[in-house]
Design a protein around this ligand. Structure first.
Ligand code: SAM
Ligand code: SF4
Ligand code: SF4
Length: 386
């Protein structure tokens, strides 16, 4: 061990290595669970949204996600052989779609770092829901490689894109990504995505009190009327490495008040069930929604739990199924894939796992100790994807 190692902050435990046993048939009335698109969990929540992490690596070191002190050159990322390959991802995705998934979001780490990602996009774009509809296929990126890749992503079948951007001020942005990456290059990526037709584009801004809160209004003004939807996200206590404190969270309520004081807003209806963002439209002089000015979304993961409608499952880079962003452990689907399991076995396993789901971390945290987080062991967001 080097002297440097002795001073490093080590995450409490590497949760990637532990998996939950796959539920046995006893959790369901019968062993085989045939997909019929109607799967629900123990709280009657459907399975509609699958987030697939395609890499645990990233070219940024956002302090709220992959702090440099932990994710340094000695960090043990997953070796390539551990990652699901594109055929494995597509085979699993097909079973999820048969169970009712209508939307797939590729994420990471930074998904655009995964080699030949366009090939995976083309494979997923070919999937159809039980009713014969194409999926809502999207991707979340930090935008660093977007200028180069937007056209190819669109050509492969990607429909739309979400770009993370925490501020417009170059110094603030460089400090937040912590690799001195210039904001102009992400803005160029967004322009390329627009030109390629990857809209409607969403812009994700994580708001950290004292760090980029002064960027809220410049960001809102910049994206108002652009056709893009700015979504302001409360800084969450995901993972175990970002040193989360409630004091660093700027509640969405306050974010809305600040924008409203400058550009009046009216609340809009959710566009679909399970929608994580609360929608606010820019108001016209009569106090009605000015559709040309557009809307913003606020995601209050900390101050307002939305577990009751949560229809999202997450597939990690190495094929573990997580039922909640804050889960401690996942279910090892890769073991089934690389064993002799048939598609019907895979579908049954997914069915049983979702059917037994009771996760509602945010709701329990809000009820118990809203200011503290739970201190529970959790996997990193860069591993299971945002
Ligand atoms: N690298 C890509 C990106 O940044 O867009 C995709 C993966 S990233 C984990 C997905 C989303 O999670 C990003 O929008 C990011 O801002 C958000 N995120 C990461 N850590 C977060 C935290 N602690 N609280 C809230 N959002 C977070
Ligand atoms: Fe990378 Fe995205 Fe995490 Fe930032 S939020 S470190 S860009 S994975
Ligand atoms: Fe869904 Fe878990 Fe978030 Fe609740 S805390 S909304 S169950 S991911």
């Amino acid at each position: 061990m080097t002297e440097r190692d002795t001073h490093r902050v080590i995450p409490l435990q590497d949760l990637r290595t532990s998996a939950l046993p796959l539920p046995t048939a006893s959790l369901m009335p019968s062993g085989a669970v045939e997909p019929n698109g109607l799967l629900t969990d123990l709280f009657s929540r459907a399975l509609r949204d699958l987030r697939i992490s395609v890499t645990d690596r990233c070219n940024f070191r956002c302090s709220y996600c992959m702090p440099k002190a932990i994710f340094d050159k000695d960090y043990a990322y997953l070796p390539h052989s551990e990652l699901l390959n594109f055929e494995e991802i597509t085979r699993l995705a097909r079973q999820f779609v048969a169970h009712g998934v209508q939307k797939i979001r590729l994420t990471g780490g930074e998904p655009l770092l995964r080699k030949n990602l366009e090939q995976l996009i083309a494979q997923l774009a070919a999937l159809r829901t039980p009713e014969g509809r194409p999926l809502d296929l999207t991707l979340t990126t930090n935008g660093a490689l977007l200028a180069r890749k937007a056209a190819a992503l669109k050509a492969a079948g990607l429909q739309r894109i979400t770009v993370s951007l925490d501020g417009l001020d170059d110094a603030v942005f460089r400090a937040m990504n912590d690799v001195d990456f210039p904001v102009a290059d992400v803005l160029a990526g967004i322009d390329a995505a627009l030109a390629a037709g990857l809209g409607p584009i969403k812009i994700n801004m994580v708001v950290k009190r004292g760090t980029n809160e002064h960027q809220i209004l410049p960001m809102a003004r910049h994206f108002r009327g652009s056709g893009m939807v700015l979504r302001l996200i409360e800084y969450m206590d995901v993972g175990a490495t970002n040193g989360w404190r409630m004091n660093d969270v700027l509640p969405s309520r306050e974010v809305v008040q600040r924008i409203h004081a400058d550009m009046p807003l009216v609340q809009l209806e959710p566009s679909n069930p399970g929608e994580t963002a609360q929608r606010w439209g820019y108001a016209d002089a009569q106090g009605r929604h000015d559709t040309a000015a557009g809307e913003i979304g606020v995601i209050s993961s900390v101050t307002q739990a939305f577990c009751a409608d949560c229809n999202r499952a997450r597939l990690s880079t190495e094929g573990q199924l997580y039922l909640c962003l804050f889960a401690e452990q996942g279910y090892d689907l890769r073991r089934l894939l690389r064993g002799n399991s048939s598609d019907a076995d895979l579908a049954s396993a997914i069915g049983r796992i979702w059917h037994a789901r009771t996760d509602r971390y945010s709701a329990l945290r809000s009820a118990a100790a809203p200011d503290t987080g739970t201190g529970a062991r959790r996997v990193e967001m860069s591993y299971i994807g945002g």
